[in-house]
Design a protein around this ligand. Structure first.
Ligand SMILES: Nc1ncnc2c1ncn2[C@@H]1O[C@H](COP(=O)(O)OP(=O)(O)OP(=O)(O)O)[C@@H](O)[C@H]1O
Ligand SMILES: [Mg+2]
Length: 318
């Protein structure tokens, strides 16, 4: 996304969301590592804890619990997101901490959530990193879809793999439903979301084929729109070569069965340095910059920046 920066300069403004169906797969760790990595490159960054139920990004960033949180914004005690911004020990990295208090904040009303997303998109900064909560609730999906880059963390365990596939499917259907206007088409997506539907639509691929069979023109248009839906994948807690190969096999499966292009950004090895640093409330990439895990998150960041440069060049040069 292009935005206006200081003195009206055209700047790259990118929102990166880090999600994944399962809890404990390293979303917060990766969000913090990417945010710190960008800040170390001198980029202006805001890390946002969008895990509205279990906010803990500030701890992963080595910051104190902030005085103001998203609760203050959602509840209207503060009018703009800028008022909720907290400092970190990195001069160009600021933090918006998640809601800590009431359970109801974990499920904001649709209008509250949309207001929050709009204000996130308007923040004057180069990079926004959103740390999402676990699961495929609409909250996580909507933040994921509002981002320029949606990143999913998976660990090499069947439950995590299943949840990532489920997340990709759910996000695709939600995006698809927004892209169609006709009520019959919206109904078709609702039907697809029921895994046992009578039309036999089991995957995004089936849904697209079904729409094309009904109306080839609408189908062609949607195929183009949905081609932009391309989640990025990071395999975390890798212990073997087979684990590392998971990213490639998931990418092929998504292409073959869902018709969705997933970009594999790389893997991060399982590393005791991560939990050792986290235990001391210190960011692992700062405590152990040369550890294999820090090199892994560094490669992920480099791959994201490479892709982003290509997108920027396309936007600016056409
Ligand atoms: N590469 C790794 N090697 C070793 N431990 C790791 C690694 N990545 C994450 N961990 C550990 O896994 C735990 C979960 O990490 P984290 O909190 O980042 O996950 P999460 O996906 O944000 O969880 P939640 O869904 O609860 O928000 C932490 O204790 C962290 O120290
Ligand atoms: Mg987390």
């Amino acid at each position: 996304m292009l935005g206006l920066g200081e003195q009206g300069r055209l700047v790259q403004k990118e929102i990166w969301a880090v999600g994944g169906g399962k809890g404990g797969t390293g979303k917060t760790y990766l969000s913090a590592s990417l945010a710190i990595g960008l800040a170390k490159l001198g980029k202006r960054v805001i890390a946002i804890d969008a895990d509205l139920g279990c906010a803990n990004l500030h701890t992963a960033l080595g910051a104190d619990p902030p005085a103001a949180t998203l609760s203050d914004f959602i509840k209207g005690r503060m009018k703009t997101l800028s008022e909720v911004l907290g400092e970190t020990s990195f001069p160009t990295l600021r933090l918006i901490s998640g809601a800590h208090d009431f359970l109801e904040i974990a499920n904001p009303k649709h209008t509250e959530k949309m207001r929050l997303i709009r204000q996130i998109q308007d923040l004057d900064v180069e990079y926004i990193i959103l740390d999402l909560g676990a699961g495929t609730a609409f909250n996580s999906l909507d933040f994921f879809l509002a981002a320029d880059r949606g990143i999913l963390t998976v660990i090499p365990e069947p439950t995590s793999i299943e949840n990532v596939y489920r997340f990709i499917k759910s996000a695709f259907y939600r995006r698809f439903k927004r892209a169609v206007r006709h009520p019959d088409m919206k109904a078709l997506v609702s039907c697809a979301m029921d895994q046992k539907n009578e039309r036999g639509i089991r995957t995004p691929h089936d849904l697209m084929a079904c729409v094309e069979a009904i109306d080839s023109e609408v189908g062609g248009r949607l195929r183009k729109t949905m081609a932009e839906f391309s989640p990025k994948l990071v395999v975390n807690q890798v212990r073997s070569q087979d684990d590392a190969a998971l990213g490639l096999s998931m990418r092929s499966s998504c292409s073959k069965y869902f018709g969705i292009h997933v970009e594999y950004l790389g893997f991060v090895e399982y590393d005791d340095c991560v939990w050792r640093a986290m235990k001391r409330k210190r960011p692992p990439v700062m405590e152990y910059p040369d550890a294999v895990s820090s090199r892994g998150t560094g490669t992920v960041l480099a791959n994201l920046l490479k892709g982003e440069q290509i997108a920027f060049d396309l936007c600016v040069r056409g």
